[in-house]
Design a protein around this ligand. Structure first.
Ligand SMILES: Nc1ncnc2c1ncn2[C@@H]1O[C@H](COP(=O)(O)OP(=O)(O)OP(=O)(O)O)[C@@H](O)[C@H]1O
Length: 267
């Protein structure tokens, strides 16, 4: 079994600003991890270390045992797919199909395999009506799914989704939720950065919490959201069900719909 491992990692941007300080994290293949924390805590910087877009200033990042310092970003991207927070930072082809195929051609896959991967990615993201269009002629929320399809098509064992639910309507959230279920059934590792705490409790078993350049907590959703110190320090919000349960006096440990239903059924 492989893993992504950050060992004593510090990262400074070229202007000298230190955005991550002494990160230690082990994400095993197949794990589903949400990274939460206030704006500017260093979450995006940290995930870019995982796919080789950022190389550590100090310490090491290993992907399935390979040190990212020894490889190009393109080489690491074949293992760790990263969907940018803003699709406009990722998309550069003038046609949706070309965008989804781009990495597959770079990896020199044969046409039959390219076609198989593209149709799977297109089906999972609902992009079939857009294939011949210019990505910049479709709405932003659809463009986000083009960027997700392009990464899904690479079929990496690890997929990073940076703020996937941001700007999505109910239909988009539904597509994402089905996609999360499929990736779970396939045993893929999904790592997400999100401010959407319902998305966290619905889909992720492990919650890594960051504040001020560092990881301050790492545990289950219940571990994190029942701890007022962590909530305060990371400036995160409890999922709505948790807030409601707390307000009506059910305590801090209730986070899931089924838990509140069970409690209410006793009254
Ligand atoms: N290219 C850069 N050069 C210098 N500083 C940067 C650069 N990119 C990001 N930063 C700074 O690094 C810090 C961490 O940014 P990062 O994007 O990792 O935070 P984040 O936790 O993902 O925030 P958000 O939730 O808003 O996306 C911020 O203070 C940001 O301004």
């Amino acid at each position: 079994m492989g893993a992504i491992e950050l060992k004593n990692v510090t990262f400074a941007y070229p202007n000298g600003f230190v955005a991550n300080e002494n990160l230690n994290l082990l994400i095993e293949s197949g794990e589903r991890v949400a990274i939460v924390g206030q704006n500017g805590a260093g979450k995006t910087t940290a995930v870019k270390l995982m796919n080789g877009l950022n190389k550590p200033t100090k310490g090491d990042v290993l992907v399935n045992g390979i040190n990212t310092k020894d490889k190009t970003t393109a080489q690491i991207s074949a293992f760790v797919g990263y969907v940018f927070q803003n699709p406009d930072d990722q998309i550069f082809n003038s046609n949706v199909k070309k965008e989804i195929e781009y990495m597959l051609r770079y990896l020199k896959l044969d046409q039959k395999e390219i076609d198989r991967r593209v149709s799977r990615a297109v089906e999972l993201t609902g992009m079939s009506d857009y294939l011949e269009m210019n990505p910049y002629d479709v709405p932003y929320s659809t463009r986000k799914f083009i960027s997700i399809a392009a990464i899904l098509a690479i079929e990496t064992p690890y997929i990073i989704l940076d703020e996937p639910t941001a700007g999505q309507d109910m239909q988009g959230i539904k597509v994402l939720s089905t996609l999360m279920d499929v990736l779970k059934d396939e045993g893929k590792s999904v790592i997400t950065i999100t401010h959407d705490m319902e998305f966290v409790t619905d889909n992720f078993t492990r919650v890594v919490t960051m504040a001020d350049k560092q990881i301050i907590a790492d545990g289950s959703a219940t571990d994190i959201f029942s701890n007022q110190n962590i909530i305060k320090q990371a400036k995160i919000k409890k999922p709505q069900i948790g807030e409601l349960a707390s307000e009506v006096g059910f305590g801090e440990n209730i986070l899931f719909r089924k838990e509140i239903v069970e409690l209410l059924s006793k009254y």
